[in-house]
Design a protein around this ligand. Structure first.
Ligand SMILES: [Zn+2]
Length: 379
C-alpha cells in the first residue's frame, strides 16, 4: 500500500483534464501577473503566464501523492467536481480578464447538468489573450451512473462492463478511488474478485457454475476452471508452444471448500500452522476456489514440479506473456507482506485480458495494490 503508480494511459478525458488544469493554474496566478504595466507596451504572452505559475506536473504530483490516502479516495468524486468548479471559475477569470468583461456573472454548464455561477474579476484592459475553450472539461463521473455499464454488470458480462467503464485502467481507477460502489470485489462470480487472508469467499463454500476442463491442455489432475479462464489457458498454452517455449501443463485449478480443507490440513500436519499459512490457504480463503486460478508445470516429455516453473523456459515465457491472455502471477517475489504468500511462479490467476493489461502496464505486483485494498499478510 502507499505506492501510487501513474496511469500510463492518457485518455482523451485525461488529456482534457490536464489541459483544463494547466489553464486553471495560469488563471489562478493571473492577479499576480502584471497584465498591463505602464511602461510595457507589449502584453505578456501565454508562455510567460505559464512560466510564472506552478507547472501542471507539480499539480498532478500533489493529486497522485494524496490519492494514496484512503480518506482522499473516498472524497475524490467530490474533489473532482470541486476541481472542475475551480477550473471553470479560473477559466472564466481568464476569459473575463482578457475580454474586459467587468463584474459580470458568468454561468457555465458542468458535467451531469450541474450549473456553476461565478462572478468575474474587476475589469482589466484587453490583453489580447485568447479565451480558453472550456467545453471539454468534465467532472469525474462514476460508471455506476452509466446505464451501459450497469446493464453489463447485471448481465454478468465482465468484459462489456470494463469496456463501458473506458477500459481496464479506467475501471481499475474507478474502483480503487471508491467512486464505483456498484462494483463488488467480493462477488465470487466476477473476474475481479479478490480473495486473500482478509477476504474469504462469500459464501464460504462458493462453487462456480461454469467449471469446465480446458481443451488441449495436459491436466495432471481432473481439475476444472471457469469457462473464460479455461479458454484463455488453452490459448496461452498454444501460444507458448508456438513461441518455442515448450509445453505447459497444470496440476491444480478449481479446488472446492472440502478439498481445500484436506489440502490445508495436510500442510498443517507436515509443517505446523505457521508454515501451512505461508504456503496454503485455509478453506474458504483460497483463490483456487474461485475457479480462476491454476498451478502450471513445465512439461518436456514428462511434466516437472511446481518448484521447477521459476527456472524453466515455460516459466520465463509466462512471466513475460501471461498478461496477454488475461492471467497474472498472483504471488510475486518480495510481496509476501501484501499478498500473504511466498512467491509462487506457478500460480496464475485469471482476471481477464483488459484488467491483466492494466495490471501489466501499470507495473503492479499485487492485486491488493491494483484495487487499492489493504495488505493481507495474515488472517
Ligand atoms: Zn495455486
Amino acid at each position: 500500500m502507499g505506492r501510487v503508480i501513474p496511469d500510463p494511459e492518457l485518455s482523451p478525458r485525461r488529456a482534457a483534464r490536464a489541459e483544463a488544469e494547466r489553464l486553471a493554474t495560469a488563471a489562478l496566478t493571473l492577479p499576480q501577473t502584471p497584465v498591463t504595466e505602464p511602461n510595457s507596451p507589449t502584453p505578456p504572452s501565454r508562455r510567460a503566464l505559464r512560466a510564472s505559475s506552478p507547472s501542471t506536473r507539480s499539480v498532478r504530483t500533489v493529486f497522485a501523492d494524496t490519492a494514496s490516502n484512503p480518506t482522499f479516495r473516498r472524497r475524490r468524486l467530490g474533489a473532482g467536481v470541486a476541481a472542475v468548479l475551480v477550473i471553470v471559475a479560473g477559466g472564466v477569470a481568464i476569459g473575463a480578464a482578457v475580454s474586459g468583461v467587468s463584474g459580470e456573472a458568468a454561468t457555465s454548464a458542468v458535467a451531469d447538468g450541474a450549473v456553476a455561477t461565478v462572478t468575474g474579476p474587476p475589469a482589466v484592459p484587453d490583453a489580447g489573450l485568447p479565451v480558453p475553450q472550456l467545453a471539454a472539461v468534465a467532472a469525474t463521473a462514476t460508471p455506476c451512473d452509466d446505464p451501459t455499464f450497469t446493464a453489463a454488470l447485471s448481465a454478468g458480462d465482465d468484459g462489456a462492463a470494463i469496456a463501458a467503464a473506458g477500459g481496464g485502467s479506467a475501471f481499475r481507477e474507478a474502483v480503487a478511488s471508491g467512486i464505483a460502489p456498484c462494483v463488488s470485489l467480493s462477488d465470487p462470480d466476477r473476474q475481479w474478485v479478490v480473495v486473500n487472508k482478509q477476504r474469504p469467499l462469500d459464501p464460504l463454500d462458493y462453487r462456480a457454475g461454469d467449471l469446465v476442463m480446458p481443451d488441449a491442455v495436459r491436466a495432471l489432475e481432473q481439475s476444472a476452471l471457469r469457462q473464460a479462464a479455461a479458454g484463455a489457458l488453452t490459448t496461452l498454452v498454444r501460444a507458448a508452444a508456438d513461441a518455442g517455449a515448450g509445453e505447459i501443463g497444470y496440476l491444480s485449478a478449481f479446488r472446492s471448500f472440502s478439498t481445500q480443507q484436506s489440502t490445508y490440513a495436510g500442510r498443517v500436519a507436515v509443517g505446523g500452522v505457521d508454515e501451512a499459512d505461508r504456503e496454503s490457504a485455509r478453506a474458504g480463503y483460497s483463490e483456487h476456489q474461485t475457479g480462476l486460478a491454476v498451478d502450471i508445470v513445465p512439461c518436456d516429455g514428462s511434466c516437472a514440479t511446481l518448484d521447477d516453473v521459476a527456472g524453466s523456459r515455460q516459466g520465463a515465457w509466462v512471466r513475460e506473456h501471461a498478461w496477454e491472455y488475461g492471467f497474472i502471477t498472483r504471488y510475486a517475489e518480495g510481496r509476501e507482506s501484501v499478498s500473504g504468500y511466498e512467491p509462487e511462479a506457478w500460480h496464475l490467476r485469471y482476471i481477464g485480458p483488459e484488467l491483466a493489461r492494466a495490471y501489466h502496464e501499470g507495473g503492479y505486483t499485487t492485486l491488493e495494490e491494483f484495487f487499492g485494498l489493504p495488505a493481507a499478510p495474515t488472517y
